[in-house]
Design a protein around this ligand. Sequence first.
Ligand code: NCD
Ligand code: ZN
Length: 336
Amino acid sequence: MTELVIKKPNDLHVHLRQGDEMEGYALRSAEHFEHMLVMPNIKPPVASAKALAEYRRKIQDILKRHKSDCKLLMSFKLIPGMGSDTVRECLRAGAVCAKYYPAGSTTNADDGPRHPSEIAEELSELEQAGFVLSVHAEAPDSPEFSKERDFLSVIEYILTRYPNLRIVVEHLSSADAVQAILDWPERVGASITAHHLAYTVEDLVSDGLDSSLYCKPVLKTQKDREALIAAAISGNAKFFFGSDSAPHPAAKKLCLPVPAGTYTAPVRLSLLAEVFEEAKALNRLEFFASTAGALWYNLPASPQAIKLVKEPWRVPETLDGTIPCAHGKFINWQAQ
Ligand code: NCD
Ligand code: ZN
C-alpha cells in the first residue's frame, strides 16, 4: 500500500507552551488534526476558569488567524488546595479533563500532589460531574525504569475510592502498564504516543546521546515497545492516540540539564504509519488515531479525511526553533 486515507485524527495530548514560541507549536500541532487536547503545565499553570479561558483564547486567536479548523479541547491542572468550586468552574469553562501531575514527575510539575489524598475533594467533584481524570502515571521517587509500574498502585487507590471516575493513563510506556489497562474496568483508558511506539531507550542513548528523544516517561525496552504496538493495533478502544508532543527550544535541549519532552508534532503521523505498516496493521491506524479517542471523549467523528502517502522525506535538523523528534532521519510516510 502506498496511500492511506483516514478520517482526520485526534491528538489527545499536546503541549503548546506560551509566549512567542506558541504560534509555531500550535499551528504544527493543529495541522492534519480534527481535535487537539492541550495540556495545562504552563507557568503559571492553567488551574482556574479564568486562566483556562485566557489560554484557550490565545490559542484560538492563532488558529483563527491562520484559518485552521482544528478544534481545541482544554484541560486544567489539579493542585492541592484548589477546592471543588474551582474544579466545577473549570469544567463549566469547558475543560474535558483534569490533569494530575505527581509533584516532581515532569516539566513544571513541582506544584502537583504528592499523593491523591491531597486532592480528595477535587477528585470527588470530578467523579460527580462525570469528567475525566488524566494522569501522568509515574512515581517520582522510583528508579527511572520502574516509575510507571510503581504508580499503578496509586491508580488502583484512586479506582477503589472513586468507583465512577473515568481515568486516562497518559503516554503509556511499559508492558506492565499495558497489562494493567487491559485488566482494569472499562472506565480506564490510555493514550499512547508515536515515539513510544517507534523507539526504545537504545535510540536515546546508544549511538551518541540524542537529547531530542529524552522525554517522560523515558523510552523503554523493545519488549515494552512490542506490548505498546500490540495494544495500539489491537482495535481495543481503551487505547488511543495522544502524541505528548512537548517542544523545548533547541538551545535548552543542547544544554544541561536537558529538559524532558520530545517534539513530535511534525512527524507523529509519519511515525504512526511506519509503525502500523511494519506491524502489517495499516488498516487499524484510523481506529487508533481517529476513532478510539473520539469515542472516549465523546467527540464527533471528523467529516473530513487526510491522506497519508508513502514517500520518503528527510526531517529537518531544526524546526520551529526546536530539534524535532527524528531530526535528520528519513521517514517513509507523509501526511497530506
Ligand atoms: C512534557 C513537557 O515538556 O511539558 N514532557 C515530557 O517529557 N513528556 C510533560 C509531560 O507530559 O510529561
Ligand atoms: Zn505531556
